[in-house]
Write a protein that binds this ligand. Structure first.
Ligand code: URA
Length: 240
């Protein structure tokens, strides 16, 4: 079946489907048990404790008091995330940088300004979406969060997603894409691709900080991905 230049979604391991652009090879032709193990990590119990929480403002104090990993010790505070508490589009980055740590707000430094610009290019603004990160506390010297830190923080993001129930999640960069889709994602190769999991559409794109390092090539691609987001939103996102 053809769908606007795409071929039929292919079943993946686990609950994912992959939309394969016409003429391109599928990213996940078939996967064995090893891949299944990576994806199906045991459910941390914090997520279950919070099942009764149905509003982001009720969840906030739980996340702000999180001490599940050592990152909180080196950070000024916890960056919960911000935006429309009923947003149907969620953006997920990596983790707070210095400016975010100082202000308690996600994506407010140079990368955040580029994200604002990208949103504006498709006539969205911050208050139309919800912006969060894989880890909520700034890693020292802005290093990449370590796998145990990601695992420790993931219940926080999962709880936010359970409450928000976004229809579309935009994955900014490798950490978000590899954590929420699959470790084999490579952003340079896979940006612009859509994945579906449990009724939610995931778009892989560049982290704005990566675009700042290579604007000549990546800015145009980021804006192309934003256009794809807008189209998807027109197609499925408007209805609550
Ligand atoms: N980079 C991120 O990944 N998140 C932020 O909030 C800021 C910069």
């Amino acid at each position: 079946m053809s769908d606007g230049g795409k071929i039929e979604q292919r079943p993946l391991f686990g609950p994912f489907t992959e939309t394969v652009p016409q003429g391109q090879a599928p990213l996940f032709p078939s996967r064995g048990e090893a891949a299944r193990e990576v994806v199906e990590a045991p459910k941390p119990c914090r997520e279950n404790e919070w099942l009764g929480i149905s509003r982001l403002d009720e969840l906030r104090p739980h996340i702000l008091s999180c001490r599940a990993c050592g990152l909180r010790d080196g950070a000024k505070g916890v960056v919960f995330g911000e935006g429309d508490p009923h947003a149907r589009i969620m953006f997920v980055g990596e983790g707070p940088g210095r400016t975010e740590d100082e202000t308690g707000r996600p994506f407010v430094g140079r990368a955040g300004q580029l994200l604002d610009y990208a949103l504006k290019s498709i006539e969205f603004a911050r208050p139309d979406v919800f912006i969060a990160n894989i880890v909520k506390c700034r890693p020292p010297q802005n290093r990449l969060p370590l796998p145990p830190e990601v695992q420790a923080c993931l219940p926080n993001l999962k709880a936010q997603m359970r409450i928000l129930r976004p229809k579309i999640v935009v994955l900014l960069g490798a950490l978000a894409s590899q954590t929420l889709i699959h470790p084999s994602i490579r952003v340079t190769r896979d940006r612009g691709k859509w994945f579906t999991k449990e009724g939610v559409q995931y778009l892989v794109t560049f982290h704005p900080a990566a675009v700042l390092r290579d604007e000549a090539v990546k800015k145009r691609q980021l804006l192309d991905d934003m256009r794809s987001l807008r189209e998807k939103w027109e197609e499925i996102g408007r209805d609550r």
